[in-house]
Design a protein around this ligand. Structure first.
Ligand SMILES: [Zn+2]
Length: 418
């Protein structure tokens, strides 16, 4: 584990306070979700197009790296799912994720609803059935758009069957712990021989782990103030120099090794997404007094979540006794060595006992504590100031960034539409 929780805890508690402020109630449970499963940041390596080289050249590397788990986006294009099914089933059984990249690998934005339904919704079931035939119990929850072409219509169909969709971008877009991303359009950094050098990819992995000097980073969409979640898009894993999207096996191995060395959580897209989605839900979970304790309950954020979502939580000991125990399904959960508890988010409830009196969040943990709200455009250009997370009506319709600041508080940055 490479994570200092002390700063993080303050920040999370703060965001709990904000959630309460907005809801006008003060009953969110005294639990803090631990960012990125106890790591400083996360990286999800994704490999598209069901290519044979991913089985031949990548699988041996992955088999030798137990801390690295990745996502494969499968397609039936050119019979690739059928031809490589045994190899991908073996990868699934080794803990890697299988996601959906359509039957046709064609331009989804040109499709009718009926065509989308077949290519996006029904193919997810086909992947599961094919993997089952080869002995792998797979639940598809992640999608990736071919050519990263997306639209509101495409998103609405993806959302019917998947809890996350990956698009892409050529810049180093990344996701921060306390900022809910657009789940139907997560940005990924694309590897290509002409586009990204190995050293540029290594820098991106350092930035995700908050290693380096970022004092002068332009506030752009996100000032770099902490670790983050980086998503990387790869295709062929081979030495074929003729293929611009291929990466040499030695180079991908170098990237994996750096990610592990940096203490990043190297986990599949669906795993990290489910964990972060769970965080936003649990931070608002309500608790109720029951005999000899409190029950905490919540709802699932999407119908198509992974079968299991282990979520690492800590007690907010400013509000509850440090002797509090946590139970799920009648069993007491043994704390980890760092005092955190790994709960099963998919169980939708837990019981807290020996809590003492649960106190309310501190009043200063409120959005009202922020005194300065600065408006930026999406390129980081400062446009003006305002007095809350709202864009004044004098601004043209569009998407803006607001950064809230106050002495002694961690700045919060949010994307706001008007
Ligand atoms: Zn593709």
């Amino acid at each position: 584990m490479n994570c200092n929780h002390s700063n993080r805890s303050t920040f999370i508690a703060l965001s709990c306070g904000i959630a309460l402020g907005l809801a006008g109630i003060s009953t969110a449970a005294p639990l803090i979700t631990v960012p990125w499963n106890g790591h400083v940041g996360a990286v999800s390596f994704t490999f598209d197009d069901a290519l044979e080289t991913q089985v031949l050249n990548l699988k041996p590397l992955l088999d030798a790296m137990p801390d690295v788990h990745v996502t494969f986006f499968l397609t039936a294009f050119q019979d690739r799912l059928k031809d490589n099914a045994a190899g991908f089933a073996a990868l699934a059984n080794a803990g890697h994720e299988m996601g959906n990249h359509t039957i046709s690998h064609w331009h989804l934005t040109d499709y009718t609803y009926a065509e989308l339904n077949q290519d996006v919704v029904e193919f997810a079931d086909t992947i599961e059935a094919t993997m089952a035939k080869y002995g792998a119990d797979v639940k598809v929850v992640s999608f990736a758009t071919p050519f990263c072409e997306n639209s509101d219509k495409v998103k609405s169909v993806i959302d019917k069957r998947h809890m996350i969709n990956r698009d892409c971008t050529y810049d180093g877009a990344r996701t921060f712990w306390d900022e809910e991303p657009e789940w139907m359009s997560l940005p990924a950094k694309i590897w290509s021989r002409s586009g990204a050098t190995v050293s540029e990819m290594l820098n991106a992995l350092d930035t995700a782990a908050y290693i380096g000097k970022f004092d002068n980073s332009i506030p752009l969409e996100h000032p770099i103030t902490d670790g983050s979640w980086l998503i990387v898009l790869q295709h062929d894993v081979s030495e074929r120099m003729i293929d611009n999207y291929a990466i040499n096996p030695d180079d991908i191995k170098t990237l994996f090794e750096r990610a592990v060395k940096n203490g990043l959580w190297v986990a599949p897209l669906g795993t990290v997404a489910a964990y972060q989605r769970a965080h936003f839900v649990l931070d608002k979970a309500i608790f109720n007094k029951i005999d000899n304790g409190y029950s905490v309950t919540w709802k699932l954020p999407h119908e198509h979540m992974p079968k299991s979502v282990p979520l690492r939580v800590k007690l907010d000991t400013t509000r509850v006794s440090s002797k509090t125990t946590i139970e799920q399904n009648g069993k007491t959960i043994t704390p980890e060595s760092d005092g955190s508890f790994i709960i099963e988010f998919m169980t939708k409830s837990l019981t807290m006992r020996n809590t003492g009196t649960i106190s309310l969040p501190k009043p200063q943990q409120s959005i009202k504590a922020y005194t300065r709200f600065t408006i930026f455009d999406l390129h980081g250009k400062k446009l003006g100031i305002t007095n809350s997370f709202a864009i004044p009506e004098t601004y043209p319709k569009g998407v803006y960034i607001i950064r809230a600041e106050a002495k002694g508080l961690t700045p919060i940055t949010r994307k706001i539409s008007r």
